[in-house]
Design a protein around this ligand. Structure first.
Ligand SMILES: Cc1cc2nc3c(=O)[nH]c(=O)nc-3n(C[C@H](O)[C@H](O)[C@H](O)COP(=O)(O)OP(=O)(O)OC[C@H]3O[C@@H](n4cnc5c(N)ncnc54)[C@H](O)[C@@H]3O)c2cc1C
Ligand code: FES
Length: 275
């Protein structure tokens, strides 16, 4: 029976939230800020909807320590194409936050290594900026960012800002050399040996990027004898409801929208299709 007096938020009902800022980050990625506090944890996502068009799961890119929240949208189809035409003042339907998020308390006091590929930096930025706002709670930080081409780099101002913070090392690479780039050229795994002053076997390693990247990063971490318990991966699966009802994201009997998208690698040991 309907509890018509209930003030509890429905997990199925989007709330309309105003976009307050948009900016193109490169040719394909659009940054958006929404003035809507959702009470998220780093690593979670929202379902974003446009009435009459559809809904898409999108990572939350900002820290819960900031007001409202940020997203980065890659143009991929019906919903995201229309989002790219939106401007400040337009409204989006938002459900969530959903997903498990990172176990922050467990990471306190430890050194952390972020390995990001392309727009894998988008969800990781939520955790990174949480750390920046609670710097004393965490050990040394290494942020490794790999991008295919110079023109596709995102959040470069922020990478520069993080590099200036005490105890934070930022290493960036692009796959293809470019006249305006005098940094590292090669895939993101080429940066792992350049990490300074962090024992990878004792650090928490957080990986997020395109599917192909995981295989190679995990191979290097394996060679360095990093325990699977100390590795977190961020899985992307087809999602619809976001709340464990439709079965679209099912993986070996579990729903990625609920138990993920962030997983401890050791929890995926018996799920060969996971990565
Ligand atoms: C947990 C999670 C977090 C995500 N975070 C972001 C983010 O921060 N920014 C962002 O731009 N995108 C993100 N995505 C991907 C995004 O949800 C899809 O690109 C989006 O749903 C496409 O919707 P659409 O209506 O624009 O395209 P559609 O018209 O539905 O599809 C366009 C094309 O994209 C394919 N597609 C749809 N969904 C996915 C998917 N999940 N994975 C791979 N291919 C897909 C379709 O098969 C089709 O080929 C995330 C996905 C998940 C599951
Ligand atoms: S998206 Fe529906 S069960 Fe996960």
């Amino acid at each position: 029976m309907c509890d018509c007096n209930s003030t509890e938020k429905s997990i199925y009902l989007p709330e309309l939230a105003p976009i307050t800022k948009v900016a193109m980050m490169n040719e394909t990625e659009m940054y958006m800020h929404l003035d809507h506090d959702i009470g998220h944890k780093p690593g979670q996502f929202v379902e974003v909807s446009i009435a009459g068009i559809g809904e898409a799961p999108i990572s939350i890119s900002s820290s819960p320590t900031e007001a409202g929240f940020d997203m980065v949208i890659r143009k991929a189809g019906r919903v995201t194409d229309i989002m790219h035409q939106m401007q400040a003042g337009d409204k989006l339907g938002i459900r969530g936050p959903f997903g498990s998020g990172y176990p922050i308390d467990e990471m306190k006091g430890k050194d952390l290594v972020f390995v990001c590929g392309g727009i894998g930096l988008v969800p990781q930025r939520s955790m990174i900026n949480y750390i920046m706002d609670n710097r004393a709670d965490f050990g040394k930080i290494a942020i490794l960012q790999g991008t295919k081409e110079f023109a596709q780099r995102i959040y470069h101002d922020e990478l520069e800002r993080w590099a200036g913070v005490d105890g934070v090392q930022v290493l960036e690479t692009i796959d293809v050399a470019h006249d305006s780039w005098n940094g590292n050229v090669g895939v993101v795994t080429t940066l792992i040996d350049k990490i300074d002053g962090i024992d990878l076997t004792k650090a928490v390693n957080l990986i997020c990027g395109p599917p192909i990247m995981y295989k190679f990063v995990l191979m290097v971490l394996q060679e360095k004898e990093v325990s699977h318990e100390n590795i977190f991966v961020n899985l992307e699966r087809r999602m619809k409801c976001g709340v464990g009802k439709c079965g679209h994201c099912q993986m070996n009997g579990q729903y990625v929208c609920q138990s993920g998208p962030v997983y401890r690698y050791s929890d995926l040991a018996n799920i060969p299709e996971a990565i």
